[in-house]
Design a protein around this ligand. Structure first.
Ligand SMILES: Cc1ncc(COP(=O)(O)O)c(C=O)c1O
Length: 414
């Protein structure tokens, strides 16, 4: 559930009219609802009944520092995948002991930063990475905490680009290889095995894949018991799907109950890494229609602002900021000004809108702003958060100097 709703014919975020935000900060703009973020974090945190659960919000979904602060204050830790995300989580005031570092390609520099900051765990995805982490930690005369990411060979039934748990995907290692890495870790003086982890994909709409992966994790834990190897946590990753255009979704409580049942005989802590299911429905993108041309609404937002439709053929609902009850609807495509036919925000939607009207593209709080770029030399949009009847700018709109500030050599003869 989110906090975007109509009051009569005006679309509001909590108690703020989106028209007021567009007037003050212009478009395109990403607008987030604090109450929605808090509600979704709480839906996870309050669902743990045992296993001393920890929710590590996946920073890649939405990484604005103000948002991370809100989630930290709601009780979340963080799942990061880069040194940049570590920097953000620390700036947001995260306790390093609630930060886990995922990803297949951590660099030496990123390992050093994680060790220096004493994070909870490196979720390691290959033998090569484990070896490198061991060397880095030894050079620093430290012990690096490690969770092994196993690949359960589960097809999560989602978009090809967001499946991560099949044996031929680049993520994790097979169960057999995971056992070898566990042993290797135990023999190392600079690595400490603390957990087991997996993540099978994103925008998952059914429990079966999660259940299958958890059952395999359980079998592995039982085998490790026999070797007298004890872990602090089992991290089942993220992946829960959200409602983009009216789909039925699995609720966090159902997922957590499923895990707690499977792991009911275990003493390890349960960690989850949700991203989308916490932030997606907490954000909308405001855009203005510049022109109506045939069946195209040409907006001032484009694929550089919201890549998901072009990248995944993703569908987002589009709502008018002000409903025109007496206007005729027609079937249109909402497109951007970028010079690509793939630059669309929504296809085949029924809309009454025309030139000058404001629209809200819904459910863009995850993998929205974070995937934006400067393609076509377009400055990135502003980000704003609504808290009840107030709203605050949390990232300025970029301007033309933001586009060129880092470029060098304007005066030199090249
Ligand atoms: C390792 C890992 N954890 C968590 C997530 C978050 O997934 P979601 O946003 O679907 O919850 C991802 C996303 O791809 C991921 O790769």
């Amino acid at each position: 559930m989110d906090h975007f709703h109509y009051k009569e014919d005006e679309l509001f975020a909590e108690e703020v009219a989106l028209n007021d935000i567009a007037e003050k900060y212009g478009t395109p703009a990403f607008v987030y609802s604090k109450a929605t973020l808090q509600r979704h974090a709480k839906a996870y945190i309050d669902s743990f009944k045992s296993m001393n659960g920890l929710v590590c919000f996946s920073v890649k979904a939405l990484s604005n520092i103000s948002i991370l602060k809100i989630l930290k204050n709601s009780g979340c830790g963080f799942d990061i995948v880069s040194g940049g995300e570590l920097h953000r989580a620390l700036l947001a005031g995260a306790d390093p002991k609630t930060i886990i570092f995922s990803g297949v390609g951590k660099s030496k520099t990123e390992m050093i930063a994680g060790i220096e900051n004493d994070i909870l765990s490196f979720n390691v995805e290959s033998e090569q990475e484990l070896d490198q982490l061991g060397v880095v930690a030894a050079e620093m005369k430290k012990i690096a905490p490690v969770a092994i990411r196993f690949n359960p060979n589960v097809d999560a039934g989602v978009h090809e680009f967001t499946k991560t748990g099949r044996k031929f995907d680049k993520f994790g290692v097979s169960i057999e290889a995971a056992k070898d890495l566990v042993k290797k870790c135990n023999e190392s003086n600079s690595l400490k095995l603390v957990g087991l982890t997996c993540h099978i994909g994103s925008q998952i709409m059914e429990l079966n894949g999660f259940e299958e992966a958890a059952s395999q994790a359980l079998e592995l834990l039982v085998e490790l018991d026999k070797l007298n190897i004890n872990l602090d946590f089992i991290d089942m990753g993220g992946g829960l799907g959200v409602n983009y255009v009216g789909e039925e979704t699995v609720q966090p409580i159902e997922l957590i109950q499923c895990y707690e049942k499977i792991f009911s005989e275990r003493n390890e802590r349960l960690i989850l890494e949700p991203g989308r299911s916490i932030s997606a429905n907490a954000g909308v993108m405001l855009t203005r229609v510049e022109y109506k041309k045939n069946d195209f609404l040409i907006a001032d937002a484009a694929m550089n602002d919201l890549l998901r439709p072009a990248l995944y053929q993703a569908h987002h609902d589009v709502w008018p900021i002000t409903k025109k009850n007496d206007a005729m609807q027609s079937n249109v495509n909402l497109v951007g000004p970028i010079c690509e036919t793939g630059d669309f925000l929504a296809k085949n939607i029924e809309s009454e809108s025309s030139t000058g009207d404001l629209l809200a593209v819904k459910t863009v709080g995850a993998y929205g702003f974070v995937m934006s770029s400067n393609y076509n030399s377009r400055p990135r949009a502003a980000e704003i958060i609504v808290d009840k009847d107030k709203f605050y700018l949390i990232r300025k709109r970029e301007d033309y100097s933001s586009l060129t500030d880092l470029e060098e050599g304007l005066d030199a003869q090249i």
